[in-house]
Each structure stands twice: as structure tokens, then as C-alpha cells.
Write a protein that binds this ligand. Structure first.
Ligand code: SAH
Length: 389
């Protein structure tokens, strides 16, 4: 499915750059994997439960702080394991209080994570891959070559770094600054299913990060064969990046459409497990001037969505350097929204957030490049890998 084979996340390998065995990161293991690991380590089963609590409820990164564990045991753990976070290579705050972190993993690859505070909630936009294979023509991330999939630890760590920065440990029950997760950052989450699913199971665990599946939304450009599985196995909310109402146009905007055309995609939505009028599927529609924003297209959108518990998010196009599109006029966006709304669908126009720090939809891009394997890799390319945009 992907253009190029995905590499094993280097950060998950138990070796450091010098080839010597490195400490194993316990972050990212499932409850069962942690129990197995602790059993192999000679610890009693309840130790795994205690560790889970310290890691995901209390957010500690240092075994020494785990006061319910005996000191010699803490020291043994520290000799064998780590609870490391990715390094924050850049942290930016927008004038609208949106925050963006550029995170660097053990192998030097980078992704971006964005926190969007609103009056009644705080949403974290999480990345699933370094770069993306889909090449949607309006998306900045699509101009970056995919380097690799993220591992479960790297996905769940994005939430933990945000909690660190927001001061939200132990996991609060109420008045949280981080209430919702959207898998709408860099990458296509359904092309990295195993790691995304493992990370979301950790995020949903009530004795840890405790984010309910109702507060998690997975956004896909339309990897049809994986959609039913996402609903059945994770039960999270679904968002579809639709952006066009004809295959002819969608083939150009979202090239994945050539593989999974609109009719097949909407069929998968019609049968999405768990969707109902109370839990609608979100259809994202980026407003591109003169490309997909006519009243006729709004009416066709309404026709296509018939029978699907749907809501529509109209996203004003966020520009990026060299982008081949412009944002629709306010008038075109309002007319489009009015038509969809009159047909009975909620059709809010999303206020762009964090545009000044390039944190808005489709603006994410790290400097990570696919590393050359040949020994002749130019020093300049290596330098690019280590630099942030
Ligand atoms: N690959 C997944 C997850 C990324 S979500 C998906 O396609 O759904 C990123 C969202 O931002 C998508 O809805 C995408 O279509 C939208 N987007 C991308 N570039 C944009 C831009 N320049 N302006 C506004 N929205 C954009």
C-alpha cells in the first residue's frame, strides 16, 4: 500500500548508536507486555500494575520517584530500563495560545504535536508517521518524504510530553487542559495501524492517561480496508478527509482516491461500527478557492452523505510556502456552509488555530528526510536531518 517499505522504528530497538545494548524503554508496552516483561525480570505480577500507575497516571520519568516500590527494586529497574521521553527540539506558542512541539526521537527523526486550547476543551493533535506517503496536493506534510512509521511509544509519548508541559500529572479527572486527542497530525494513522492502536489502547486505559474513546478521533484520507477494524477494535470517533465530491477531482487532491474511490469510502462510513446520530462521522472539507467550493459541490456533498450520520467540518485552506492553492473567499465558505446546514448537517467553519507558528491543519512539516543508506551520504543531508524548520 505504501510507496516504500516502512522501517522498524529505530527508537524501539534495544541498542544505542554504538551498538551496545541500551536500556529498554518501558513506555509504549501494553499492560500484557509490561506484565510479561516484569515476570521475566523476576518481579511479582502486582509490580507491573504499580509501574503502570507510576508511568501513566503519575507521569514519572525517574524510577527513583516511585515511592511505593522498595529502593533496591527501583535501582534494579533503573539499571535495566528507561522511561525516556522524546527530546523537545522546539516549543512554540501561538498568539492564540496554540502550542506546537517539535519532538526528536532517539534516531534523530522529528515530528510535530500541537495543543489547541478552547474554552470547554483542549485538543492534542498527534502525529502517526514521520512525513506521509499520501501526497495530498494541498497538504504541506505531503511534500515531505516519509521517513518511517512511529512506534507505539513514540505516539503515546506525544501525549505524555504535552501533559508534562501542561503540568497535568497525576492525570486529573476534571478541569483538564488536555481532554481530546485527534490523530490529525503528520502521517496516515491507518497505514500504521498496529502502533496507533497500541498507543490508543494505552491512552484509553482508565488507570492511566484515561482518555475516553469518545474523546479520541482518528482522521483518515480513506484507507477503506482498515476503517471497519478501527471502529470494531478501537471504537474511536472517525473523521474522513473528503475534500471533493467527484472522483475526478478527489483523484487529484487526495491521490489515495485512485485506490479507494468515493463510493467505496462512503460505503465503509455507512457501516462504521458505533456510529449513530449521537456519534457522527466527521467529514473534513478543505476550502480551496475555485477548486472545490461551488454551491453545486455543496449540494452534491449533501446528496453523497445521505444515510450517513455525518457532520461536516469546513477547513479554510491554510497556506504554506509554494502551495498551489488559495483559500476560498469568506463569501464562498459561508454559502457552502449554508447549503450543507440547510440540509440538516452541522457545518461549522473551523477557525484556523496557530497559523502564526505553522501549527494549523496541513502546515506541519519537520525537516526529517529519508536517510540515505549509502556510505556516500552527503554531510549536507545529515545536517538537514538534525535541523528543525
Ligand atoms: N492522513 C490523515 C491524517 C492527517 S489529518 C488524513 O488525511 O485525514 C490532517 C487534516 O488537515 C486533514 O483533514 C487534511 O486534509 C487537512 N489539511 C491538510 N492540509 C491542509 C491545509 N493546507 N489547510 C487546511 N487543512 C489541511
Amino acid at each position: 500500500m505504501c510507496r516504500m517499505p516502512l522501517e522498524t522504528p529505530l527508537a524501539e530497538l534495544d541498542r544505542d548508536a554504538g551498538g551496545t545494548p541500551a536500556l529498554r524503554n518501558l513506555v509504549g508496552l501494553s499492560r500484557v507486555e509490561l506484565a510479561v516483561e516484569m515476570a521475566a525480570f523476576g518481579a511479582e505480577p502486582f509490580r507491573a500494575r504499580q509501574l503502570w500507575h507510576w508511568i501513566y497516571h503519575r507521569g514519572v520519568t525517574d524510577f527513583a520517584a516511585m515511592s511505593s516500590l522498595a529502593k533496591p527494586f527501583r535501582e534494579r529497574l533503573a539499571d535495566a530500563y528507561t522511561l525516556s521521553r522524546p527530546e523537545i527540539s522546539r516549543a512554540l506558542v501561538s498568539e492564540d495560545a496554540t502550542r506546537k512541539w517539535l519532538l526528536r526521537f532517539a534516531d534523530g527523526q522529528e515530528v510535530e504535536t500541537v495543543h489547541i486550547p478552547e474554552s470547554d476543551r483542549g485538543t492534542l493533535c498527534v502525529s502517526s508517521q514521520v512525513g506521509c506517503t499520501l501526497n495530498c496536493t494541498f497538504c504541506h506534510t505531503g511534500t515531505q518524504l516519509l521517513v518511517r512509521n512511529l512506534g507505539a511509544a513514540e505516539i503515546v509519548s506525544q501525549i505524555m510530553v504535552a501533559r508534562d508541559a501542561l503540568g497535568e500529572w497525576p492525570s486529573p479527572k476534571e478541569d483538564r487542559l488536555l481532554t481530546n486527542i485527534v490523530l490529525m497530525g503528520m502521517g496516515e494513522p491507518l497505514y500504521n495501524w498496529d502502533s496507533v492502536a497500541a498507543a490508543m489502547r494505552i491512552a484509553m486505559d482508565p488507570e492511566g492517561l484515561a482518555l475516553s474513546r469518545r474523546k479520541i478521533t482518528l482522521s483518515t484520507a480513506g484507507v477503506v480496508p482498515m476503517i471497519a477494524r478501527c471502529g470494531a477494535e478501537l471504537g474511536v470517533n472517525l473523521a474522513i478527509s473528503l475534500h471533493a465530491v467527484t472522483d475526478e477531482l478527489r483523484d487529484r487532491l487526495v491521490p489515495l482516491n485512485r485506490k479507494y474511490p468515493i463510493a467505496e469510502l462512503l460505503d465503509a462510513c455507512r457501516t462504521y461500527p458505533g456510529s449513530s446520530n449521537a456519534r457522527r462521522i466527521t467529514f473534513e472539507y478543505v476550502m480551496l478557492k475555485g477548486v472545490n467550493d461551488s454551491p453545486a459541490e455543496a449540494r452534491e456533498l449533501v446528496r453523497l452523505l445521505k444515510g450517513i450520520p455525518a457532520k461536516v467540518n469546513l477547513i479554510p485552506f491554510n497556506p504554506w510556502p509554494g502551495a498551489p492553492y488559495e483559500c476560498s473567499t469568506d463569501k464562498a465558505i459561508t454559502s457552502f456552509s449554508d447549503i450543507v446546514f440547510a440540509a440538516g448537517y452541522s457545518a461549522p467553519v473551523r477557525t484556523p488555530r496557530g497559523r502564526d507558528i505553522f501549527a494549523a491543519c496541513g502546515q506541519l512539516k519537520s525537516a526529517s528526510r529519508r536517510q540515505r543508506r549509502t556510505p556516500s551520504a552527503a554531510p549536507s543531508e545529515q545536517a538537514v536531518i538534525a535541523r528543525s524548520v
